[in-house]
Design a protein. Structure first.
Length: 245
């Protein structure tokens, strides 16, 4: 994944897809770009393969035999990955790609339609502060997960709210003539259906945050009005925009 991510970055050609061979501690720099101190000591190149093997083994077990909520599992994985800093460069970019990948694997379909990276970019100071507070506690034997997990979950919430806002705007621009015909939730569902062109109840549940039974009723409402059409049965059932929409 690291190799593919940096495939077109010439400056990373020598080390892409390879564990780091030199220390890459996270440092602070002054306005002139001079290093003024180390903020965080990352895992040594010697210990990196072992640390990554342990992290991946933990995640695989936790994914198959969960003891944590999926969002907590993903948050812990990401903060430990960044503490290890396994590659010479590109660790931040890789962590954001992996975050989206793990969210999608855990069923959080909204991750493909709203940028978590842009939310972090707008909260860089809080991001680094939460990251460092948790990372500096990892070697104490009693890690303090709270700073990072709170930041991560708040960012996730902001990501969902941003998507809901987009869907609300789409519902107004795509189907203004149906404004009084459907309930607000049905309008949002129809706007999402127009954006994606095909949609299942499970996907709508993840993206809109409503219950399956409620969304089934809303889909039925759209189908009866000719604004949506149902295709397939059982697990293969999905909806598409209808002629009336």
């Amino acid at each position: 994944l690291h190799r593919d991510l940096l495939r077109y970055s010439e400056k990373d050609e020598r080390h892409r897809g390879e564990w780091k061979t030199h220390s890459n501690h996270v440092a602070a720099f002054d306005a002139d770009g001079r290093e003024i101190g180390v903020i965080f000591q990352t895992t040594s190149p010697f210990d990196t393969p072992r640390a990554m093997e342990e992290l991946l083994a933990w995640h695989l077990k936790e994914e198959n035999e969960p003891s944590l909520h999926p969002l907590l599992r993903i948050a812990v994985f990401v903060v430990v990955l960044l503490a290890i800093h396994p590659f010479q460069d590109g660790n931040g970019r890789l962590s954001r790609v992996i975050t989206n990948l793990l969210l999608l694997r855990a069923g959080y379909g909204h991750a493909a339609y709203s940028s978590l990276e842009s939310i972090i970019e707008h909260n860089k100071e809080a991001y680094y502060l939460a990251l460092r507070r948790t990372q500096t506690s990892l070697s104490t034997g009693t890690p303090d997960w709270e700073p990072w997990i709170v930041f991560f979950l708040r960012s996730m919430n902001a990501q969902v709210e941003r998507l809901r806002e987009r869907i609300g705007k789409l519902s107004q621009s795509l189907v203004p003539e149906l404004g009084s015909a459907f309930s607000p939730l049905a309008e949002r569902l129809l706007a999402l259906l127009h954006e994606r062109r095909t949609l299942t109840v499970a996907e709508a549940t993840a993206l809109l945050g409503s219950s399956r039974s409620t969304l089934k009723d809303k889909f039925r409402e759209l189908v009866e009005a000719g604004a949506a059409t149902l295709h397939g049965k059982g697990r293969g059932a999905h909806y598409r925009p209808g002629r009336a929409s």
